[in-house]
Design a protein around this ligand. Structure first.
Ligand SMILES: Cc1ncc(COP(=O)(O)O)c(C=O)c1O
Ligand SMILES: [Zn+2]
Length: 436
């Protein structure tokens, strides 16, 4: 039995440097974050070396000791085996609703795509395929650590509610995949959830949310709101009335930055097993930015650091704007103290067929910028034509039923293909399945 100790030592705010103990219950936000100032985000402090999988098919078990949750649950007094059991039991419950539990997802060179983009045999494009992950995208990975946190607290009798029927509602602001993932996990443990969705949400998504018993609330842009996403404003109102943040935005609940790293760890251990196959770049489509932050931080725990390119569309690129401003005002690494100067909501109403990356603000911009600086990467803004092209190309040459958002990393690759040598090995992540 692998009973090595957990590696996460605590949390530190990327904006004000306040530290929060790993033993703290419900440590969603920096203590200095408030109703009027959400410019704080807790980042995980740890040192993972060397990165090793136990070989378990479930990534939360395979990489258990690297999870912030593992350190947290150990502090609650739970032994290693009890912690593993909590993961497995919760995974079983999720599988009953989702049809699958968490399993390492495929990560392979795609020969057809590599050939059509003129890479040599030595180089090529590797696809991490998340379309068969729980709830059809990478989002459930982020949320599972939050659920583990809540369930572990209940398990040791530390929850302030007396019975399951008194549980406060979960809440999430999302336009699609994150909402479906959150509602799937909530359903697995019969936890009530409120989902704040945009006015333009498609019927297919709403139907899925209804089938999962989520309480959906459509949010129109209203004149009295400041600039930004109305779903996020309604979500914050719910939080201040006692709901539990259960979303994929680090400033609202930093625990999403824990489980999201499993995707990077999975890729990193495969990369280490490939003789000499060093990856030079990783393209990650960025909406709120938690995905790019986690995929990169997870991967960086391994032996190599491919250049990270966060990919946005020309219709909504606040991260690329922030990166440039941060570079000019003291550097794009650890720019958290310059939050208001660098990051604000995109002014024009965002539009793209990659509608999952249209967040007005890149909430996790600090983590994404740090990953790009640390790896020598930079943000790529793809044209809408390239977003269309990537979706069509993905469907023409691969057999993955990826969505336009899920293929948007490929649009970033198309955008800078001429800057990439033909023998480079690059990673894209097909992060979500197409929904009709
Ligand atoms: C399929 C898919 N890929 C990528 C993203 C971007 O993730 P993040 O918002 O964490 O940047 C989303 C977000 O909705 C998504 O649904
Ligand atoms: Zn802070």
């Amino acid at each position: 039995m692998n009973a090595q100790p957990p590696v996460v030592t605590g949390w530190r705010c990327s904006a004000c440097e306040t530290r929060v103990s790993i033993s703290q219950v419900f440590s969603w936000r920096c203590p200095n974050s408030s109703q009027t100032d959400r410019h704080h985000v807790l980042e995980i402090e740890n040192a993972i070396a060397p990165l090793r999988s136990t070989g378990d098919a479930n990534p939360f078990v395979a990489f258990q000791r690297y999870l912030a949750w593992d350190a947290f649950a150990a502090n609650l007094g739970l032994e290693f085996e009890s912690r593993t059991k909590i993961i497995r039991d919760l995974d079983d419950a999720v599988a009953k609703v989702a049809g699958t539990g968490f399993r390492t997802t495929p990560f392979l060179r795609n020969d057809e795509l590599s050939k059509s983009l003129h890479f040599t045999e030595q180089g090529g494009v590797w696809i991490k395929d998340e379309t068969h992950n729980v709830a059809g995208s990478q989002k459930a990975r982020h949320l599972f650590a939050q659920l583990l946190h809540l369930i572990a607290v209940e398990h040791v009798g530390r929850a302030p509610w007396r019975s399951q029927s008194e549980r406060p509602q979960l809440a999430i602001a999302s336009c699609g995949n994150a909402a479906i993932a959150a509602s799937t996990l909530a359903r697995a443990v019969n936890w009530p959830i409120q989902v704040f969705v945009p006015e333009y949400s498609d019927a297919a998504t709403i139907k899925i949310l209804n089938s999962l018993n989520a309480n959906t609330v459509r949010c129109a842009r209203v004149a009295t709101d400041p600039p930004g996403d109305p779903c996020v404003y309604r979500f914050r109102e719910a939080i201040s009335s006692g709901a539990i943040p259960f979303g994929v935005q680090g400033p609202e609940n930093a625990w999403c930055l824990d489980g999201g790293r499993t995707i990077g760890w999975e890729m990193a251990v495969v990369a280490e097993d490939l003789d000499g196959a060093l990856f030079s770049r990783m393209f990650v489509q960025a909406g709120g930015g938690a995905f790019a932050t986690c995929a990169a931080n997870g991967f960086f725990a391994g032996a190599t650091k491919p250049k990270v390119h966060a990919v946005q569309t020309e219709g909504c690129a606040p991260l690329a704007r922030a990166f440039l401003i941060a570079q000019k005002t003291g550097g794009a690494r650890n720019a958290g103290s310059r939050w208001s100067q660098c990051m604000w909501p995109w002014e024009t109403t965002p539009s793209s067929i990659a509608d999952g990356i249209l967040d007005d603000e890149t909430y996790d911009w600090i983590g994404a910028c740090n990953a790009m600086v640390d790896s020598g990467g930079w943000p790529v803004v793809a044209s809408e034509a390239q977003v269309h092209e990537s979706f069509e190309l993905a469907h023409r040459v691969t057999n993955v039923d990826v969505s336009p958002t899920g293929a948007a990393g490929l649009a970033g690759l198309l955008a800078i293909r001429q800057e990439i040598a033909d023998d480079e090995r690059v990673i894209i992540i097909f992060s979500g399945v197409r929904r009709q």
